[in-house]
Design a binder for this molecule. Structure first.
Ligand code: PLP
Length: 404
């Protein structure tokens, strides 16, 4: 084994130093992870954890996947980045692969989910300008999350994320998630798009009622407005299909992807169908977006997922995990609901103790995600094994028992 980058001799209080030197943007547990492999990570004291957050739905193939490492090494030795004044082979190859897999027409690459949504919003507005008498309004949903840049923040349906930064980009309205009549009522002649997560992730894994997205697709067609599907979290196999829209048999006009696309490296994409292919030179761009290194890794990740039937397998493991979570509903009165699709699962508690449960899980070696005081999320790598799921559920079970 190679020498660890963070060694025991580097004795340090990373929590104290982190609080001193990093801006206060996230609530972090006083734990410092220094190594990962597959679904497992190790902290700087040598303690091991099952990582059922996977970098927040990022590490599709697990930590330090050999697939990612090999692509990084090979492409890194050859060419890391060229400016977008010339063509890049892995970028073109990845764009072709993504369009073939999604049925979309063209791709723009960037580095993260918020940037991908920024591009989507600009495309919708440009379409409105060109083809819908300047329509610019965008309908979004309550509790949605679309990122932290100004445009993506304006599209995010959680007031506490928007209010400190107002005035934001104008033209956004919000309706309850899952309510098609509310979208119809909010639509005006000036509406150019609806932006929506097929399953709301940051809001606590909210699955819309059957038929909602199909009706939304029809409504957007009737009104000549873009259906922007934010699949930053749901895309690339997370829900048991390559893209969550496949569950509904619909296609978006504009699709955004990030998180799992690079298996841990920053790469994101905005895809359009032919109708919304409106960008012209000068409209948009991104220095690091789609660089050779990241697109090469993403290509290797997607090839691995497809060649190894990982989506079908992860869907089966997702059903297994959900069944196990549902069994906790019967065992604990305060477990209100277990829900999920594929390996995107959550349990909702009605005793306000999600934070306590998460803390006990951490102490016992399980990392999960928490949404406010009532939801716990599980988003393990697509490569998670049934043994690892059993181990995680056993830890969760004991943690739930401890707060009864
Ligand atoms: N959209 C969705 C649905 C997300 O879940 C997230 C992040 O959690 C984003 C957008 C923002 O992505 P990023 O943090 O990469 O900018």
């Amino acid at each position: 084994m190679t020498t660890p980058l963070t060694t025991a001799s580097e004795v340090n209080d990373w929590t104290a130093e982190g609080q001193r030197y990093l801006m206060n943007t996230g609530r972090r547990a006083p734990i410092t992870i220094v190594r990962g492999e597959g679904s497992r990570v190790w902290d700087d004291t040598g303690k091991t954890y099952l990582d059922f957050l996977a970098g927040l739905a990022v590490l599709a193939l697990g930590h330090s996947s050999p697939v990612v490492l090999e692509a990084l090494r090979r492409q890194g030795e050859e060419l890391i980045l060229v400016a977008d004044t010339v063509w890049s082979v892995p970028q073109v190859k990845l764009a072709k692969r993504l369009t073939e897999l999604s049925g979309m027409h063209k791709v723009f690459f960037c580095n993260g989910g918020a940037e991908a949504n920024e591009a989507a919003l600009k495309i919708a507005r440009k379409y409105g300008k060109l083809h819908k008498e300047g329509a610019f309004e965008v309908i979004s949903t309550d509790n949605s999350f679309h990122g932290r840049t100004m445009g993506a923040t304006a599209a995010t349906g959680t007031a506490k994320y928007r209010e400190p930064f107002e005035p934001l980009v104008p033209g956004f309205s919000f309706v309850p998630f899952g309510d098609i009549e509310a979208i119809k009522a909010a639509t005006t002649a000036a509406t150019c798009a609806v932006i929506i997560e097929p399953i709301q992730g940051e809001a606590g894994i909210n699955i819309p009622p059957d038929g909602y997205l199909i009706e939304l697709r029809q409504w957007c067609d009737e009104q000549n407005m873009a259906l922007i599907l934010d699949e930053v979290q749901t895309g690339i196999g997370r829900t048991g299909k390559m893209f969550a829209f496949e569950h509904e048999g619909i296609k978006p006009d504009i699709l955004t992807l990030a998180k799992a696309l690079g298996g841990g490296v920053p790469v994101a994409a905005t895809l359009v169908n032919e109708k919304f292919d409106v960008f012209e030179p000068g409209d948009h761009g991104n220095t690091f977006g789609g660089n050779n290194l990241m697109t090469s890794v993403a290509l290797a990740v997607i090839d691995y997922i497809v060649d190894n039937d990982l989506i079908e397998e992860s869907a089966t493991r997702g059903e297994y995990m959900l069944a196990k979570l549902r069994s906790l509903e019967d065992r604990y009165e305060f477990v209100k609901e277990a829900r999920g699709r594929g390996l995107m699962c959550a349990i909702e508690l009605d005793n306000g103790k999600a934070g306590d449960v998460m803390q006990v899980c951490l102490e016992n070696g399980l990392i999960m995600g928490q949404v406010r005081d009532h939801v716990l999320r599980m988003l393990p790598p697509l490569t998670v094994t049934t043994d690892e799921i059993d181990e995680a559920i056993a830890i969760l079970d004991r943690a739930l028992a401890s707060v009864e």
